[in-house]
Ligand binder design. Sequence first.
Ligand code: PEP
Length: 247
Amino acid sequence: MRDSLIAGNWKMNGDLASATALIEAILAGDRGAAEVAVCPPAVFLMKIGGMLDGSDVALGAQNVCDHESGAYTGEISAAMLKECGCRYVIVGHSERRSLYFESDELVAARFDRAVDSGLTPILCVGETLYEREQGVTEAVVARQLDAILERSGIEAMGKAVIAYEPVWAIGTGIVASPEQAQAVHEFIRAKLAAGKAEIGQRVRILYGGSMNPSNAAELLAQADIDGGLIGGASLKAADFLAIAQSV
Ligand code: PEP
């Protein structure tokens, strides 16, 4: 039995006042049975880490540098994230891959650094609409996973959470059907299981892409969907809590 995880990706939204208000509401609200995590903008991590101290809500970051320290202007190291109280870090989000040209190799290097430092990567994989229409969804997801497996190996993958996020569903209001999502989750799990059966069974695979309180329960009821990575709906405490409660 895998424990569900509902993680909020706040992206580059809000300000310090709205971020602290959101955390206060999440801490005060009914989070159901799921493990809950929030991934605020990096400049708010230290403050929010302090607010979450002693609670069961986990802190995550939205990216991590692939180097340990040094002359990497604008980057944030795994050690710095840990100092803020982070347990999780999103790696390979499609916005990083498409808008900031992060290659499979760079994503793999960031993943490696996260695992090495004791952070749990939330590795995002997923196809574009064009790729889905071309019938290459599984090939794309396999390529993204292989980049990690080739560099870090199956044991490292066992220390991660995977988020299947079809690019066409992110921020669009178009959600994958439960059947579409389940099919890819099943494929991912089988691929990991081919590396090591126990890891295939144990690794949590989240769905991400326009998940909201009205579609969450049906998605989360699928056999291989172990939670959600939530963008837009994680910015409203009531919606985020409702999704957590539907686990
Ligand atoms: C995301 O960006 O990870 C995401 C799932 O966004 P949204 O829920 O807004 O589609």
